[in-house]
Ligand binder design. Structure first.
Ligand code: ADP
Ligand code: MG
Length: 263
């Protein structure tokens, strides 16, 4: 191909917004000539580049929108360190059947055992499968609800949190919930019931949720909907955060951390 032809082709690909094809064109032309590819093999390869480029861009945009506090995958989780977490169970959850059925995943356990890591890992799987995902911690939500109430935007917030196919609600239980927040959470779970999956993590056993919500009836009604179709995962191990400190002998108090009280 003459340099001028190649130049014109770049312009055409640019106009058609086939950016990845434009980027790969020169290298693929050279490779095709060297390895004597057929025309169809060349075209297929060029189109593949465009498709995978688009998929990567989509994933990078949806990952930003998911609002994860950090990026950790299931492959990065050391199941040997946390034997109470069954690898097979997470492989099954990674198939995302629970999302299709609008079911929930509840992760319970003390700090540092990997609840947020595992929630994000499932969120990443969902994004890779093209399912919209949004992460928010309950302390963050508490702040937003206060702001939204002042601005009269609570309904909008509810709509936003009802939209994603997967909603990750992290750190339920670290802060007590005021009436307004407790009611918002109940309505959120009720609206998503059997429609949108929730991955929720908490350091509190279900028996403590009445106290957390300062309303046993509301807590029971929420748990009823949350747990009806759900996988409950009790993590009973030690904090991974303290693993290295413990190994180096810097931290003596790990054994003093209580096992989760789960029901
Ligand atoms: P939790 O939400 O239960 O408090 P995190 O998920 O935030 O705990 O985990 C704390 C840190 O330790 C994170 O950086 C996480 O990636 C890491 N971590 C926890 N458990 C494991 C594990 N079994 N394998 C690999 N990393 C882990
Ligand atoms: Mg956490």
């Amino acid at each position: 191909m003459k340099p001028n032809d190649l130049h014109a082709l770049h312009d055409t690909l640019g106009e058609l917004k086939l950016d990845q094809m434009a980027l790969s064109l020169d290298a693929l032309c050279q490779q095709a000539a060297k390895e004597e590819w057929t025309y169809s093999a060349f075209l297929a390869r060029l189109l593949d580049e465009e498709l995978s480029g688009r998929e990567q861009r989509r994933l990078s945009v949806t990952t930003k929108m998911a609002h994860f506090p950090f990026h950790k995958t299931l492959e990065q989780f050391d199941f040997a360190f946390q034997p109470s977490v069954e690898k097979r169970r997470f492989q099954e959850l990674a198939s995302l059947r629970f999302v299709a059925g609008g079911e929930n995943v509840v992760l319970l356990g003390p700090p540092g055992v990997g609840k947020t890591h595992l929630s994000i890992a499932l969120g990443i799987k969902a994004l890779e499968a093209g399912l919209s995902t949004y992460f928010i911690s309950v302390p963050e939500l508490i702040e937003l609800i206060t702001q939204d109430t002042q601005r009269g935007q609570l309904v909008k917030r509810m709509q936003q949190l009802c939209k994603p196919k997967v909603l990750i609600l992290d750190e339920m239980g670290y802060l007590p919930l005021e009436r307004q927040v407790a009611t918002f959470l109940f309505q959120l779970v009720a609206k998503r019931y059997e429609k949108g999956a929730i991955i929720l993590s908490s350091n509190k056993s279900f028996s403590e949720w009445g106290e957390l919500f300062t309303d046993q009836v509301l807590a029971t009604a929420l748990l009823d909907r949350l747990l009806h179709h759900s996988s409950i995962i009790n993590i009973r191990g030690q904090s991974y955060r303290l693993k290295e400190k413990r190994q180096s002998g810097l931290f003596q108090g790990a054994d003093a951390i209580k096992e989760p009280v789960t029901s």
